[in-house]
Design a protein around this ligand. Structure first.
Ligand code: PGA
Ligand code: ZN
Length: 420
């Protein structure tokens, strides 16, 4: 048992050179935890709000000095003296202190940085690995601790890439569940190298995008799948056996004026037209995973998408559900999803994120724990995903330090859990 003694926060940079918050929570026994928060680019409009200064003199308005000041002037006095292991009480205290539904007063970024740092400090104080400490805050029917199946980003489009590349945001490869995490990770790097060779042979760019995937300028989204399949086959891997494909469409960004627009098809597309297209692609590629296939407000479309494709592929909400219990409940009632992405910074505290996971699991919804496109080297999310017994984890390409930090942490956990 150790009480919170002090909190120190600072403005640091994320992987895109934008300011973010890093917070250190110090306990009376000398243990401390440091955590930093990520930032999304293709955000859902119902996410909790990160507070930015909007002062054009500081990092073009992106500074987080006001959020940091809120930690010092409001959060510190409110939670000093609380037991660090009482994560529920601390998170609740911060939610009440903020007083808004979307954490826009103190900033979800401010609150989450403290919430994560508290859990790290408490784990340190108990000399426990973070995933074991966090595990106590979620009820799980699974007795064994396991590493979630990774979804590796190989090709980036949409808002995460250079302009002129694909509209779909992420082309993912998923190792067969029979593989260990380390085997899957190695396979993802082989596919990545094979893809790089293929791009070079085709005089296509091998520059990488925000989450580490390649972002060549291709004629269509389908071209990306063709390339990825070639890359897999060139190293004698069997699609649908050793490796599976998934996509994050991030469809908010292909939606305007009530219609969808993609490079593969000319003119305006209705949700039905777009679902037809997914169905055609699915006949060729047998997706295991389809995230944000439709716009965040297209509930009717989502229910149809689920009716038509959920037998064959996981239908996953991200911007649709934004790690929010009310949005998740709506998606369950409308039979709109079979999977959900969970990103702690979409809701703003560790405990609320775990509660959403528990709710999803109880409804038979598969859970993917995910990074954001703007990340730091903090590997909290790796422990969090293991603690939550997530089905999948999505931490980007097997490339770029801030993505590798999470995969390397999973390698450590994989080794640690063998001796538990
Ligand atoms: P973001 O995108 O982190 O840029 O919001 C990630 C995703 O859509 O999964
Ligand atoms: Zn997404």
């Amino acid at each position: 048992m150790a009480k919170i003694k002090n909190i120190i926060s600072r403005q640091i940079l994320n992987s895109k050179g934008e300011p973010t918050i890093e917070t250190t929570v110090i306990l009376e026994d000398g243990a401390y935890g440091t955590a930093s928060v990520p930032t999304g680019a293709s955000k859902g409009s119902f996410e909790a709000k990160e507070l930015r200064d909007n002062n054009s003199n500081v990092y073009q308005g992106l500074g987080v000095l006001n959020a940091i000041s809120n930690i010092q002037t409001e959060v510190l006095p409110a939670i000093t003296g609380m037991e660090a292991e009482h994560q529920q009480d601390i998170d609740r205290k911060m939610i009440e202190l903020d007083g808004t539904a979307d954490k826009s007063r103190l900033g979800a970024n401010a609150i989450l940085s403290v919430s994560m740092a508290v859990s790290k400090a408490a784990a340190k104080s108990f000399s426990l690995p973070l995933f074991l400490h966090l595990k106590q805050f979620i009820r799980s029917s699974e007795a064994n601790i396991k590493i979630p199946t990774p979804l590796f980003n190989e090709i980036n489009g949409g808002m995460h890439s250079q302009s002129g590349s694909m509209d779909f945001q992420e082309f993912l490869v998923i190792p067969a569940s029979s593989m260990s995490f380390s085997q899957g990770l190695e396979m993802s790097t082989k596919i990545y190298s094979s893809l790089k060779k293929l791009l070079l042979n085709n005089n296509l760019s091998t520059l990488i995008a925000d989450e580490g995937g390649f972002s060549p300028k291709l004629g269509s989204n389908q071209d990306a799948l063709v390339l990825l399949k070639q890359a897999v086959e060139a190293i004698s891997l069997r699609l649908g056996f050793d490796v599976f494909f998934g996509m994050d469409i991030a469809a908010n960004k292909i939606f305007a004026d009530g219609k969808y627009h993609i490079k593969d098809k000319s003119g305006d597309l209705s949700s039905d037209n777009l679902i037809d297209f997914y169905e055609t692609l699915n006949n060729d590629y047998h997706f295991l995973y389809l995230e944000d296939g439709l716009n965040e407000n297209d509930w009717e479309g989502w229910s149809k998408l689920c009716t038509r494709l959920s037998e064959q592929t996981l239908i996953v909400g991200d911007d649709l559900t934004v790690t929010n219990p009310q949005r998740l409940q709506a998606a369950i009632s409308k039979k709109a999803i079979t999977g959900i992405i969970v990103k702690p910074n979409q809701i703003g505290t560790v405990i609320e994120s775990l509660a959403v996971i528990q709710m999803a699991k109880q409804a038979g919804i598969k859970v993917t724990v995910s990074h954001r496109s703007g990340e730091t080297n903090d590997d909290f999310i790796a422990d969090f995903a293991v603690a939550a017994s997530a089905d999948y984890c999505k931490f980007g390409a097997p490339q770029r330090g801030e993505r590798i930090a999470k995969y390397n942490r999973l390698l450590q956990i994989e080794q640690q859990i063998k001796s538990l």
